[in-house]
Design a binder for this molecule. Structure first.
Ligand code: AMP
Ligand code: MG
Length: 418
């Protein structure tokens, strides 16, 4: 990647670069240009691996299953013995999971076997217990069997040396189990991304304290802590910073020293006390600071030294939308993660929607199915960007493209489920 400043000057020569009103998709692509995965990796215990990102391909050190095992409770037999049904075989022992049958099985003999037990070396098939008549120490088997039946073959699931997981995979519960099944107790992952977080606003009070006139509770700190928590980053929580240029500058410089990414909320509009964009230009570089979207128009992205900076709007809904639409994928890329599939579907919108062309809109919606199984969606109440209850009720975004104008009830819309 070239330096931020040379990249920006190249951008400015492009006709459609407008840092004051960046289209959503262009903003996403622009941010991508600045993202490279963290260079530092670490070895961690498998039990601590949930939500971490693999920093190396995983090759299987073994076959899975490592031997041939029984897939059923029944009898391990030599298939050739079943040629003339009904066949009568002598029971000479038993095999359990973790307790193999030791010895040879001669023609005309069989071994009682449980699911997960090793197949005795002379046997090649397992007959389910339901298909067998037991008479003392011998059994009788009818016809209709095939050679090799009911056996999980060595290497059937994974062969030794095969690539099981690639670098960039997020460790979920399934991957934890998979890695354990291959005998890994430690894995190499990207180090945790350090994200510094602070809210700006003289009106903000922390929950648990009484509100003075004109104060509101700082909700952005908590929704951001929640969204960051889901990503498994290391959070540097710097609380609330006053709308004071000197304090904000100190906070930004301090955060840039300690973190890979800075996320702030508030102070990016053009009000009297909105210093964030000014400061970013002063101590770092502004890539853009307004997006052609609603909610979330004031969204600043830039760099302070090597640190990425996201200045989110103050409005609580706008904070969540901009985080989910821009910041989350950026953090994932920095964490070394492979891009996640965004699931979008089309639904019939039961609510009429007021919109004017010019910006992409993310309305909060409630998605469900009608009697015939089709997707239907309606808006989740008032859509002002300060109203968090509509966010809490919602289970999806209704995404309305830039050119879209007013929408009648019954129109087809694009929906992003949460
Ligand atoms: P600003 O972008 O700072 O002008 O803030 C826009 C609106 O969001 C104002 O009404 C603020 O009071 C509100 N706001 C800003 N920060 C927060 C926060 N951390 N929690 C809740 N509301 C906020
Ligand atoms: Mg403010």
């Amino acid at each position: 990647m070239e330096s931020t400043s040379s990249f920006l000057s190249a951008l400015e020569t492009m006709g459609d670069y407008d840092p004051d009103s960046m289209p959503v998709e262009q903003a996403r692509q622009l941010i991508q240009q600045f993202l490279a995965p963290l260079a530092e990796h670490e070895l961690i215990n498998l039990q601590d691996a949930l939500h971490r990102t693999l920093a190396a391909d995983i090759l299987s050190p073994m076959n899975v299953p490592p031997h041939d095992y029984s897939a059923m409770d029944g009898y391990a037999v030599r298939y050739d013995d079943l040629a003339n049904a009904p066949s009568r075989l002598t029971l000479i022992g038993s095999a359990f999971a973790g307790r193999a049958f030791i010895g040879r099985v001669a023609a005309g003999e069989c071994v009682r076997i449980m699911t997960g037990a090793l197949i005795p070396e002379d046997c090649d098939s397992v007959v389910m217990q339901e298909h067998v008549q037991v008479a003392g120490s011998s059994i009788e088997i009818g016809e209709g069997h095939t050679r090799g039946q009911n056996i999980r073959l060595v290497g059937e699931d994974i062969t030794q040396g095969a690539t099981v997981l690639t670098s960039g995979r997020i460790i979920r519960p399934a991957e934890m189990g998979l890695l354990a099944s291959l005998g890994f107790s430690e894995i190499k992952v990207y180090r945790k991304l350090k994200v510094a977080l602070f809210s700006t606003g003289d009106e903000l009070q922390q929950p648990g304290k009484p509100l003075a006139p004109g104060q509101i509770y700082n909700s952005n700190r908590y929704s951001l802590l929640g969204m960051l928590g889901e990503l498994g980053v290391e959070i540097i929580d710097m609380g609330t910073i006053r709308d004071d240029k000197a304090s904000l500058k100190l906070a930004l410089l301090d955060a840039a020293e300690r973190a890979d990414v800075i996320i702030t909320s508030g102070g990016v509009s053009v009000g009297e006390a909105d210093y964030i964009k000014q400061l970013l230009a002063e101590i770092g570089e502004v890539v853009f600071w307004k997006i052609a979207m609603k909610p979330g128009k004031p969204l600043a992205y830039g760099k302070i030294g090597t640190c990425h900076f996201f200045g989110l709007p103050g409005n609580p809904v706008a904070v969540m939308v901009t985080f989910q639409q821009f910041v989350r994928d950026a953090l994932r890329a920095l964490m070394g993660q492979q891009p996640k599939l965004t699931i979008e579907l089309q639904a019939t919108c039961l609510s009429p929607i007021r919109k004017v062309p010019g910006r992409t809109e993310f309305q909060r919606g409630i998605l469900s199915r009608d009697e015939s199984g089709g997707w239907i969606v309606h808006t989740s109440g008032a859509q002002c960007s300060g109203i968090l209850s509509s966010m809490s009720k919602a289970n999806c975004y209704i995404v309305l493209p830039v050119s879209q104008g007013r929408l009648e009830a019954g129109s087809t819309v694009q929906v992003q489920p949460f």
